[in-house]
Design a protein around this ligand. Structure first.
Ligand SMILES: [Zn+2]
Ligand SMILES: [Zn+2]
Length: 241
């Protein structure tokens, strides 16, 4: 686990047959009020928690898990983490919270063929991703957590209730799978995805001043070139109709 900036720690996903999402831990350790952003793939919960422990952070200080979105590669090990940290709250955008509470796993798996494959491969069954959500995010709120302030942006398109977390003064953005380093963006062919919404979300993000990009996969970028998000949005616009 590496400290990206004060109060933001990074745990790299370890990809399997399926990608494993990165995890970020946000909050000042002295606040004893830390948040985990995303969980990761099935079987990766222990690795994530062990990595946190190794840096001296007390897992007792982790108070909630905030999901950027509920795709399987982000939520797959949520049950494993909650088993170890049963007190943690779950915060999800309203639109995906509803799916989790109703046991509607279409967004989690993305496509039916993938559901069957994963259930066989990982011994999952229908209903494994049914959760009560403690806080339903709307987008537009400011979260004061662990001595840091993060703005929530609703950025649908890759998934219906995808969110980004933005730290305005540190110019840091956690966009889930909506945009990556190296001018890449998230896929827009899965259940609940919408190319034109993704186009709007990329435009929305390009209005922010961002130096540090902390995506759900691949490289973390600590020193983005000026106008990076705007350039990425522009490059992808012709494909997002
Ligand atoms: Zn992902
Ligand atoms: Zn995703």
């Amino acid at each position: 686990m590496t400290e990206i900036i004060e109060g933001v720690y990074f745990i790299a996903g370890v990809d399997d047959m399926i990608p494993d999402s990165h995890v970020y831990v946000i909050g000042e350790p002295s606040s004893q009020d830390l948040s985990i952003i995303d969980a990761g793939l099935m079987g990766k919960g222990n690795y994530k928690l062990q990595t946190i422990k190794k840096t001296g952070i007390k897992v007792e200080d982790i108070k909630r898990i905030i999901m950027t979105h509920i795709h399987l590669d982000h939520i797959g090990c949520l049950n494993e983490i909650r088993e170890k940290l049963p007190w943690v709250e779950l915060w999800v955008h309203d639109q995906e919270a509803e799916s989790l509470e109703q046991g509607d796993e279409r967004t989690v798996y993305g496509m039916e063929m993938f559901r069957n494959m994963c259930q066989v491969q990982y011994g999952l069954k229908d209903g494994d991703f049914t959760f009560e959500v403690n806080k339903k995010l709307q987008g537009g709120e400011s979260l004061e957590i662990g001595g840091t302030v993060w703005e929530v942006l609703h950025i649908p398109g890759h998934s219906p209730g995808g969110i980004a977390l933005y730290h305005r003064t540190k110019r840091a953005l956690i966009p889930g799978d909506v945009v990556y380093a190296d001018y890449a963006i998230g896929r827009f062919d899965l259940h609940g995805a919408d190319a034109s919404e993704l186009k709007k979300s990329l435009r929305h993000l390009s209005e922010l001043e961002v130096d540090i990009l902390l995506p759900g996969h691949n490289r973390v970028a600590r020193d983005l070139p000026e106008g990076y998000l705007e350039e990425t949005a522009k490059q992808w616009e012709p494909y997002l109709t």
